[in-house]
Write a protein that binds this ligand. Structure first.
Ligand code: DAH
Length: 348
């Protein structure tokens, strides 16, 4: 058999082989086998040296055409196999859009956040701004500018975690009073602000104490604000958050940053005011501290206390949530047990 006949045989036989290959990997090894350096075509081209010179061009042409033919057969087969694979895959992965979907579990805001959201909505409706302040706070704002100088005895009630002597985890949201008073431009109108956030105390956790809890601070400063405005505002909070049958009662109290100071009670959630074990048979439950902002607080923040004045209050959403839902251990709010938290669905 001449070299040419040999090549022709390879062409015919191997073309059939190519058509029979059923996977891409095998097709690739066949390509290497046929067209690679050690393949029959390369070999034949090498053997051309032994041919008489006048036969070489036509043999070379023939060998090249065999190579092209095999190459294009391989490419055709590759395309076919790829198409087959895709079709099989598409068939396999067919999506039945009529099948019922898998429900996505929907989250919800934490119960304390739900209460804060309600309070925010209410106050935004009355034209207050909502601001948040730093939890890592300066002694200056947390205490000094709130009329609690360095050796003030009332500091004892609010021991906290100190970062340095002058930097601490804030014990109350009240420093936001000083921070906003300092910046407020009264020529633009009154200051009306609430500030929700987390506060810290060096307390041992028990059913009614947590070393970390929430507060919402509120402050209104303008020219003719009276205690009646404070009471009206607190009554509105009680009615909006809990319902019309809830009333507010103010009792004299003491806070260094207000004068006079009050403690506000709300109608007992449990008995509606009749008297029960929850309210210690008084019909009232203490929910927040408030008062008329102390002139010292205004003056230290650069506000003329002869001209401007107003009220402030600080309430605890944790306590609100405990009372509203009858939760008897504040620690439940911070354990992140999903079984506990999902009870307070927003809809329910
Ligand atoms: N900051 C006080 C506390 O943590 C609560 C408070 C009382 C805030 C009276 C006020 C206020 O704004 O007027 O105990």
């Amino acid at each position: 058999m001449t070299l040419k006949d040999q090549l022709d045989k390879i062409r015919q036989e191997r073309k059939e082989d190519i058509k029979d290959v059923v996977d891409l990997k095998k097709l690739d090894s066949l390509r290497v086998e046929l067209l690679g350096k050690k393949g029959p075509i390369t070999q034949a081209l090498r053997g051309m040296r032994d041919l008489p010179a006048d036969e070489r061009p036509s043999f070379g042409q023939f060998a090249n055409s065999v190579r092209d033919e095999l190459q294009s057969a391989i490419e055709t087969r590759r395309d076919e196999l790829k198409k087959d694979m895709l079709n099989k895959q598409l068939e396999h992965e067919k999506i039945d859009v009529t099948l019922p979907g898998k429900p996505v579990a929907q989250g919800q805001p934490h119960v304390i956040q739900q209460i804060i959201d309600q309070i925010e909505d209410l106050f935004i409706g009355m034209g207050y701004q909502v601001l948040s302040g730093p939890e890592v706070e300066e002694d200056k704002y947390n205490f000094e500018m709130m009329n609690l100088p360095k050796d003030h005895p009332a500091r004892d009630m609010q021991d906290t975690f100190y970062i340095t002597k002058e930097i601490l985890m804030r014990t109350q949201t009240s420093p936001m009073q000083a921070r906003t008073l300092e910046k407020h431009d009264f020529s633009q109108g009154p200051l009306k602000m609430i500030s929700p956030g987390v506060v810290y105390r060096r307390d041992t956790d028990d059913p009614t104490h947590s070393h970390q809890f929430h507060q919402v601070e509120g402050i209104v400063i303008d020219k003719h604000i009276t205690m009646a405005d404070l009471k009206g505002t607190l009554e509105l909070v009680a009615h909006e958050l809990f319902g019309d049958r809830f009333d507010i009662r103010l009792r004299p109290s003491y806070f260094p940053f207000t004068e006079p100071s009050v403690e506000a009670d709300i109608t007992c959630f449990n008995c509606g005011g009749k008297g029960c074990a929850v309210c210690k048979y008084t019909g009232w439950i203490e929910v927040l501290g408030a008062g008329m902002v102390h002139p010292n607080v205004l003056e230290m923040a650069g506000v003329d206390a002869e001209v401007y004045g107003g009220f402030a209050f600080g309430l605890g959403p944790d306590r609100f949530a405990m009372l509203k839902y009858g939760v008897d251990d504040i620690r439940n709010f911070y354990l992140n047990d999903i079984r506990f938290l999902t009870q307070f669905s927003k809809k329910g």
